[in-house]
Design a binder for this molecule. Structure first.
Ligand SMILES: Nc1ncnc2c1ncn2[C@@H]1O[C@H](COP(=O)(O)OP(=O)(O)OP(=O)(O)O)[C@@H](O)[C@H]1O
Ligand SMILES: [Mg+2]
Length: 399
């Protein structure tokens, strides 16, 4: 137990945050059943490769909308040999009091009744907030903000734009929770338009109606991205950090247009573009223009160099810097510090950088979940975390 005068308790009083008090996993990856009770404190998981550390962070990542930090099919999450469903149940401490969030892949029959029986929606997850089933996982964004960094993201600046766009949209959602709904709505209408175009006999007025809705959602997405990025730039500008400063910009037609034209004008212009590209899009089998093609461009300010040309370590440091800045931004705009999931982050940093990372995390006030193979990586955290040993699926507190 922590003493009443512990710095952890003092910190909790100072910064509003959303934090996990208790987590229960059922048939989730390597765990048939697991319970973790960090009680709102930072949690560190130490264990050998394959022990089940990342699986625990992934379980927390399902408290946000989307497909979790591994971005995989929901059915792959179910413990091998355990039938169809998995579940994560949590008790959270929030500025508005305690809340319970449960989520998981439902057994076939309840998924079908939940989604009106549609065959294609069976791989959907169910979300319950305080016992009530909600209409869509996107609702989670109104209550919990999560930011994660995983070793797979080390190649974020080198790989396809889709990864950077997802990273960007998660940052934007921390600033503007309705963003996830806008992105989902845009993608749904775009799929409808693509389907109509592929059928060949599409009614022009029907297409125009879909394109008008795409334009509305598309411009809202672009505007939210621009606004969040401007605020992020401000947050990076005013904070001293031991991680390099990043300059972020957007390479997208709607985002560039919005810099000097009003939103209504951009909506008309994008709807016109879509109407003019029907034949081309039909041949391509997809929509060639829109916010789903935007790329996030990152530069290392002090080196004046694009991120993709920086060294592996520099790229990692840039990512950490952006993550810290967006956590600060989320804390400010969402009104509560986000939960941070940092998988294998400490291992890549020297001792001084590690200590500064822990201090910066502490000053943001977020609950942080971290993993590592070696206990000594977390020495400079002191008593600012509950440390667990994980081995072959067993989780024990390191006293
Ligand atoms: N659906 C599943 N059912 C059962 N086991 C699974 C499933 N998916 C993954 N696993 C297993 O879970 C184990 C733990 O994986 P995890 O990624 O959490 O390990 P880790 O402790 O993070 O290891 P590392 O240090 O290598 O990153 C692995 O052995 C993996 O094969
Ligand atoms: Mg791992």
């Amino acid at each position: 137990m922590l003493k009443q005068d512990s710095p952890i308790l003092q910190e909790e009083i100072r910064s509003p945050r959303v934090a996990v008090e208790r987590l229960l996993l059922t048939d989730f990856r390597s765990y048939e059943r697991a319970v973790i009770e960090p009680g709102g404190h930072n949690a560190v998981f130490i264990g050998p490769n394959g022990a089940g550390k990342t699986n625990l962070l992934e379980a927390v990542s399902f408290l946000a909308p989307g497909r979790g930090l591994r971005q995989c099919k929901l059915s792959q999450v179910t413990k091998l040999g355990a039938g169809g469903s998995w579940a994560v149940a949590s008790r959270l401490d929030t500025p508005d009091g305690q809340m319970e969030i449960g989520t998981g892949l439902a057994p076939r029959s309840s998924a079908a009744s939940f989604t009106g029986g549609a065959e294609e929606t069976l791989d959907r997850r169910i979300v319950r907030i305080d016992g009530e089933t909600v209409s869509s996982p996107a609702v989670l964004g109104d209550f919990v903000q999560l930011i994660w960094l995983t070793p797979q993201m080390d190649r974020l600046f080198l790989e396809a734009a889709s990864g950077r766009r997802r990273f960007l949209d998660r940052i934007v959602a921390g600033f503007h929770p309705a963003h996830t709904r806008e992105v989902n709505a845009f993608e749904k209408v775009m799929r409808d338009r693509n389907r109509l175009l592929s059928e060949g006999s599409a009614d022009a007025s029907w297409l125009s109606a879909l394109e008008a809705r795409m334009a509305e959602h598309g411009v809202a997405i672009a505007a939210a991205r621009l606004q969040a990025l401007d605020h992020l730039a401000g947050a990076i500008e005013v904070t001293t950090s031991s991680f390099p400063r990043a300059h972020l910009s957007l390479d997208g037609e709607l985002e560039s247009g919005l810099r000097d034209r009003p939103a209504v004008e951009m909506e008309d212009s994008y709807a016109e573009t879509l109407a003019g590209m029907r034949a081309q899009d039909s041949r391509a089998g997809r929509t060639l223009s829109g916010p789903h093609r935007t790329d996030l461009l990152v530069r290392h300010v002090d080196k004046d160099m694009p991120a993709e040309l920086c060294s592996t370590g520099e790229q990692k440091a840039l990512l950490i810097g952006i993550t810290l800045a967006s956590a600060r931004l989320t804390a400010l705009h969402f009104g509560a510090a986000p939960i941070l999931l940092l998988d294998e982050v400490a291992a890549h940093l020297d001792e001084v950088r590690r200590a500064s990372l822990f201090d910066e995390l502490w000053s943001i006030g977020s609950q942080v979940w971290m993993t590592g193979t070696d206990r000594s990586l977390f020495d400079s955290l002191g008593d600012r975390a509950v440390v667990y040993r994980v081995d072959e699926g067993r989780i024990e507190k390191d006293e």
